[in-house]
Design a protein around this ligand. Sequence first.
Ligand code: MN
Length: 387
Amino acid sequence: MPGKRIFIYDTTLRDGEQSPGAGMMPDEKLRLARQLEILGVDIIEAGFPVSSAGEFTAVRQIARKIRGCQIAAIARARTTDIDRTWEAIREAAVPRIHIILPASDILLKYQLRKSRQEIMEITKMSVAYARTYTDNIEFSPMDATRTDKDFLCRLLEVAIDAGAKIVNVADTVGYAIPSEFGELISYIFERTGNIGDHILSIHCHDDLGLAVANTLAAVEQGVSQVKCTINGIGERAGNAALEEVVMALKTRNDHFDVQTRIKMEQIYKTSQLLTEITGISVQPNKAIVGANAFAHEAGIHQDGLLKNTQTYEIMTPQSVGIPESRFVLGKHSGRHAIRSYIEKIGYVVNEKQLDDIMTQFKEVAVHCKNISAAYLDAIVKKNEEQI
Ligand code: MN
């Protein structure tokens, strides 16, 4: 029996685009949306149509051209936003209106200057209004992890009663920690009377480096939609990285027992395309898609990998679309890796010759952070007469 299905809601084109410096032109957004469709995300959040005329056009273009995913866009809880958002997405194969509304006391007091009672009424009104356009409505109380738990559950009940099909718990400021977030999700399932078969979703930020951990904790408690972005881009420290969430669910399926429809071998290509479009590259040690994610320098690891890749790789690079593991030759490299490299470039050496080459190579490597394989080539060639 395949495990429960988890819906992957990608918000690279909305929250991701809110990363400083990640603004995209309408055609760039469409190009990325096409790749997200190939990657197999279930829902693409295309943008915030009310924010500008260009954004409206970009969202509408995606809604018209991408047919393999649901297309969502966000609206604040007001009729003018909902009208404009619907106008942008209505031609999508499956359009979704995503209504956001501040919910925590901090936001109500300082940003909105409204009471909890008023928020309940605005929720009811805005969801009911959006319902006149479509039944595919998602409602997100913002800053849910700093919101009174019982008020949060009442708010979700009101939204569901008014017609929301999906309700989303947003850790807008990245405040949650995994055990507590898991408990919150389980509390919501217990205390939201009408949750029934409605989809419970989560949206996590990485301010404490916990976005992916919180997302996985929520999956353990039974949410069926997770929001993420490619390379983890997004406001401030970013969102949960799609590639990390998906590969954790896949690699540790023994633990999570859930399925997504993501085509894993498209992950690297999608990551690269986003970097190309935004000019923002990922750090080398970034999980799954960083330049070093499948690079090995330590001699013990290189030796193990040459014998069997499962020794030091829990996933293959090919499974995420990276052609091969990379051996970094440096001061930590061992005999097995260096011999293997020498044979790859066409030489056969005996033990004594390998000793000489290794001594010469390491004399230099110890002083160099990034020694190139070309240097090893040169040493091998210098020793060629003996070889
Ligand atoms: Mn966000």
